[in-house]
Design a protein around this ligand. Sequence first.
Ligand code: DQA
Length: 147
Amino acid sequence: RRFLVLNGPNLNLLGEREPEVYGSVTLEEVEVRCRRWGEERGVELRFAQSNHEGVLLDRLQEARRDCAGGVFNPGAYTHTSVALRDCVAALRIPVVEVHLSNTHAREPFRRRSLLAPVAAGRVEGFGAAGYLLALEGLLGILRERGL
Ligand code: DQA
């Protein structure tokens, strides 16, 4: 079993980027924690980050061939990208949307997620721990489907 963990723009700056909002854990550390989670459960992880919408689209499209599901933090593209939403809608695999911050407690423009209607589930406001919660949720969805 293999999952994709995909991160969008500016998430490579995690740890140094607005730590009061996003915490002090780096993306590398998030990856280490996710991999540890995967090792304990026999799940192989594909981890990727890009600042480019097209690269994120390519990674997602690839996942439909080689991953059972995905955890996706689209960063600011959450609020703007019809293309990423359409891509997730086109995939048959479940994709869980994750955000470090509680987007509803912030600026009004962050309240709208174009991805939310096509996501299998959403986790937000739990900081870096949200990735593990999203992975656990994804595993649960797949088990429920008998996959
Ligand atoms: C974010 C929330 C988005 O609004 C923001 O643009 C990000 C990070 C989060 O993880 O909290 O880049 O997706």
